[in-house]
Design a protein around this ligand. Structure first.
Ligand code: C5J
Length: 234
């Protein structure tokens, strides 16, 4: 294999399929859709019959990832899948898909489902954005589609992205693929992401790192924490 050209001032994470080099000044963390509607009992995900406890278990790991990145001055981006109250940004195809008994925009115990500004569409308390952090409200599964994310990352000179959030095979994977096609080097933090379907999570991780990292890299949070010397036990 040809040796890759190193990024200046970068650190290496022991990742799969091989080491992931990242320069902290050009790295952002993107936390995907850690919203009550997907994670808490009584939300949209639970109403579809999913075991939301699987997703809730990632919240402390996701918080650890965010805090670690915050402590290193990295750009922090939070995304939420949410629509305007009049559903003008929700295509009929999305509204009707799956012939659901409850639809986007319908009332629920946490307000109208996946409508921006409603209780259920907001972030779980532990992962609320801090002042100054970027919040992307996205109508699609991918965070680059119909949002300002691409412009924000290029203005900040970001080249590398760390990913956490839910669900692994839907919004996380879609956004990683969008980012990969745009030239970003992407690392998925394996224990900061989850799916309602464990086999889908495992398949997504395998797909990302297949063929020499066709979509990017994956590593557990512990490997990221070890990457920067002197900060082993935060
Ligand atoms: C889904 C998401 N699964 N955030 N959304 O509809 O992955």
């Amino acid at each position: 294999m040809m040796p890759s050209i190193p990024y200046p001032d970068s650190y290496e994470v022991a990742a799969e399929p091989y080491g992931f080099d990242f320069p902290t000044a050009q790295t952002a963390v993107i936390m995907i859709d850690m919203q009550r509607d997907f994670i808490l009992p009584g939300g949209f995900g639970a109403s579809l019959g999913n075991d939301v406890g699987r997703l809730a278990a990632t919240v402390p790991v996701a918080r650890h990832l965010l805090d670690w990145c915050r402590a290193r001055g990295m750009l922090v981006v939070h995304t939420k899948e949410a629509h305007a109250g009049d559903l003008s940004d929700c295509p009929l195809s999305k509204l009707n898909r799956g012939n659901p008994s409850v639809r986007i925009g319908d009332p629920s115990p946490m307000g109208r489902i996946l409508i921006d500004g409603e209780e259920g569409s907001d972030f779980v308390d532990e992962l609320a954005p801090l002042p100054g952090e970027v919040v992307i409200v996205k109508p699609g599964k991918g965070a680059f589609h119909a949002t300002e994310l691409g412009n924000i990352l290029s203005k900040a000179n970001i080249t590398h992205l760390l990913f956490g959030g839910v669900t692994t095979e839907v919004c996380v994977q879609t956004t990683m693929r969008e980012a990969n096609d745009r030239g970003y080097e992407c690392l998925l933090i394996e224990d900061a992401t989850e799916s309602y379907f464990p086999e889908f999570k495992q398949a997504t991780i395998a797909m990302i790192r297949a063929q020499g990292g066709i979509v990017g890299w994956t590593a557990p949070l512990s490997a990221l924490l070890l990457a920067i010397p002197g900060h082993l036990h935060e």
